[in-house]
Design a protein around this ligand. Structure first.
Ligand code: C2O
Ligand code: CU
Length: 516
C-alpha cells in the first residue's frame, strides 16, 4: 500500500521570486555545509560499441553515517558518467533488476524514436508483468508514485513492453556536449528520478578536442539536485493516499512541484571540492525535480567570481560569454569555465543559490589547495553556430502550457490537453524548420525531444542571457512567450514535448508529436 502522506513535513516555500513549490523538510540530521568531499561519478566508455548498465536498488551513503535506499544505475547515484564520441553508434544495454518498470531517456540525444524512452515503452523486471497483470504498470509501493496512476499506460496501442533487458541505440550524430540520462516512465518520472535514476552522458568530438579548454581533472561534471530525507536516511517523497484522492487540496502538494531542503551536488550534500589555482571547466546540470537555481560564486572575502559560458545544452557556443550568475531550470545544462588562477591557496569560493533561503541558498564550495601551471588560453571562437534567423514562411506552432483537468483531478496540460500517449498533438514533416512558441502563466522549463533549438525571442526582446546557443530545454516564465527555431532533420516516429518540472510532467504536462 501507499505510505501515509507526509503533510506535516510540507511547508510553503517562501523563497525568492522565481521559485515556487513546497519544501519537503528533512527529519534526518544534516551535515554542516562544505564538510563532505565532492564525489565524481565513475566513468563508463563503450567497449566494441556497447555499454551495459544494471538498474538496481542499492543502499547508498548520502548523509554521513546513514544509508539511503535508492533506485540506481549500477548501484551508484548519480549513475555512471557515460563518455562517448560523436558519430559512433553506441548501444546501452539496460537490465532492469529493480521491482518497478522504467523507461530510459537520453536527454538532449538525437535519438531514433524506438530508443528515445517513450513513457510507455517500458523495461520491466522479470516476473513483473505476471505479478501485476491487470494493474497496468503498478504503483511504487512505499514511496507513493506519480499523480496519474496507471490508467493510461496500457491504453497505448503502440506501447512496447520488454522484460529484463533492453538495448537503447544512440547514433550520437551530434556535436560534443553534456547530455544526461534519466527515467521517463509515464506518471512516475518524478518519484523514480527523485529516488536516483539520473546520470551524465558526455559526448566528445575532434573539433572540441582541438580547442584549448581545461580537461582531465580540470573538467568537472556537477549534477545539482535537491532531496529530502527521513530520520533514518530514507528519501522523502510525498505519497498519495488513495483515501485522500479526489478530495480538494491533495493535488496542491504536487501542483508546483516538489522541493527538497538538502542540496546535493553529484549526490553529496553541500560538498567541497579541492582544486588548484587554475581554470576549471564545470559542466553544470540541474537534475532537480522542480527547483530552479541562480548560481553565483564568491570568495571568502566576498569577491565575486564570474562564469565564462562556453556551451549550452546542445554544444559549444560560437564564442565564450561572461556571466555574473547562471539561472538554471530543471533539465538545463551550462558548460562554463571558471578562472581560479589569481586566488591564493587557502581561499575558498562558495557557490550560492540566489533563489534559495537559508540552507537552500548554499550549494557547494571550492577550496584552492595549491598553485599550479595552466596553459589553457580560452579560444575566442569556439564553434560554428549559425545566427538564429527567422526563416521566412516557417510554420509557427503554439504550445500553451497551463492547468488542465486530468481524469477529473487538478493537473497540467498542453494546449488544454493532458498527455495521451496514443494521440500526438502535432505532425511535423521531416526536413522542415518550424517556429515553436511556448506560452504560460507560470514557470515551466519546456523540453523538446529529438531536435535542439535556438531561442529567437523572449517576450518583447531577443533571447535572454541564459538562452544562448543550442538549447533543448528553455526556462519559460509567466506571460513571456518564448519563440524558438527548430529543425527536424531525421528520425521519423513519435517524440515528446513536455515541462521538465517532473511533477508537472507526471501530472500530464506533456504531448507527443510525430515526425513524418
Ligand atoms: Cu529530461 Cu523528456 O526529459
Ligand atoms: Cu511545468
Amino acid at each position: 500500500g501507499l505510505a501515509a502522506p507526509v503533510a506535516g513535513s510540507l511547508v510553503s516555500c517562501g523563497d525568492a521570486p522565481g521559485q515556487t513549490g513546497r519544501i519537503l523538510r528533512s527529519a534526518a540530521r544534516l551535515p554542516k555545509a562544505y564538510t563532505t568531499p565532492l564525489p565524481l561519478p565513475p566513468v563508463k566508455r563503450p567497449a566494441s560499441g556497447l555499454i551495459s548498465i544494471e538498474q538496481r536498488s542499492a543502499s547508498v551513503e548520502i548523509l554521513p553515517g546513514l544509508r539511503t535506499e535508492m533506485m540506481t544505475y549500477d548501484g551508484v547515484f548519480p549513475g555512471p558518467t557515460l563518455e562517448t564520441r560523436r558519430g559512433e553508434t553506441v548501444t546501452v544495454r539496460h537490465t532492469n533488476s529493480l521491482t518497478l518498470p522504467t523507461a530510459t531517456h537520453l536527454h538532449g540525444g538525437h535519438t531514433p524514436a524506438e530508443s528515445d524512452g517513450w513513457p510507455t515503452d517500458l523495461l520491466v523486471p522479470p516476473g513483473f508483468e505476471a505479478r501485476h497483470a491487470g494493474h497496468g504498470a503498478g504503483h511504487t509501493g512505499g514511496h507513493g508514485g506519480g499523480h496519474g496512476g496507471d490508467h493510461e499506460t496500457m491504453d497505448d496501442p503502440k506501447a512496447q513492453v520488454r522484460t529484463g533487458k533492453r538495448d537503447y541505440r544512440y547514433p550520437l550524430d551530434q556535436p560534443a556536449t553534456t547530455l544526461w540520462y534519466h527515467d521517463h516512465r509515464m506518471d512516475f518520472t518524478a518519484p523514480q528520478v527523485w529516488r536516483g535514476l539520473a546520470g551524465f552522458h558526455i559526448v566528445r568530438d575532434d573539433e572540441e578536442d582541438a580547442l584549448s579548454l581545461p580537461r582531465g581533472e580540470r573538467e568537472i561534471p556537477l549534477m545539482i539536485a535537491d532531496r529530502a530525507f527521513d530520520e533514518d536516511g530514507a528519501l522523502r517523497y510525498p505519497a498519495l493516499d488513495p483515501e485522500l484522492l479526489g478530495q480538494p487540496g491533495v493535488e496542491d502538494r504536487y501542483m508546483a512541484g516538489v522541493l527538497g531542503d538538502v542540496i546535493l551536488v553529484n549526490g553529496a550534500p553541500w560538498p567541497e571540492a579541492e582544486i588548484e589555482a587554475a581554470q576549471y571547466r564545470l559542466r553544470l546540470l540541474n537534475a532537480s525535480n522542480a527547483r530552479r537555481y541562480t548560481l553565483r560564486l564568491r570568495t571568502d572575502s566576498g569577491t565575486p567570481v564570474r562564469f565564462t559560458q562556453i556551451g549550452s545544452d546542445g554544444g559549444l557556443l560560437a564564442a565564450p560569454v561572461e556571466h555574473d550568475e547562471i539561472t538554471m531550470a530543471s533539465g538545463e545544462r551550462f558548460d562554463v569555465v571558471v578562472d581560479f588562477r589569481s586566488l591564493p591557496p587557502g581561499t575558498t569560493v562558495e557557490m550560492r543559490n540566489g533563489l534559495g533561503t537559508g540552507r537552500t541558498a548554499q550549494v557547494m564550495r571550492f577550496r584552492i589547495t595549491r598553485r599550479a601551471t595552466d596553459d589553457v588560453r580560452l579560444p575566442e571562437r569556439l564553434a560554428d553556430v549559425p545566427e538564429p534567423e527567422k526563416p521566412d514562411g516557417a510554420v509557427v506552432r503554439r504550445w500553451h502550457f497551463r492547468k488542465a483537468s486530468v481524469h477529473g483531478r487538478r493537473g497540467w496540460g498542453i494546449n488544454g490537453k493532458p498527455f495521451d500517449p496514443a494521440v500526438p498533438q502535432a505532425q511535423v514533416p521531416l526536413g522542415s524548420t518550424e517556429i515553436w512558441e511556448f506560452f504560460t502563466d507560470a514557470h515551466h522549463p519546456v523540453h523538446v525531444h529529438l531536435s535542439p533549438f535556438q531561442v529567437l525571442r523572449r517576450g518583447n526582446h531577443g533571447p535572454g542571457p541564459m538562452d544562448l546557443g543550442w538549447k533543448d530545454t528553455v526556462d519559460v516564465r509567466p506571460y513571456e512567450a518564448v519563440r524558438v527555431r527548430v529543425r527536424f532533420e531525421k528520425y521519423a516516429g513519435r517524440f515528446l514535448i513536455h515541462c521538465h518540472n517532473l511533477e508537472h510532467e507526471d501530472m500530464a504536462m506533456m504531448a507527443g508529436f510525430e515526425t513524418v
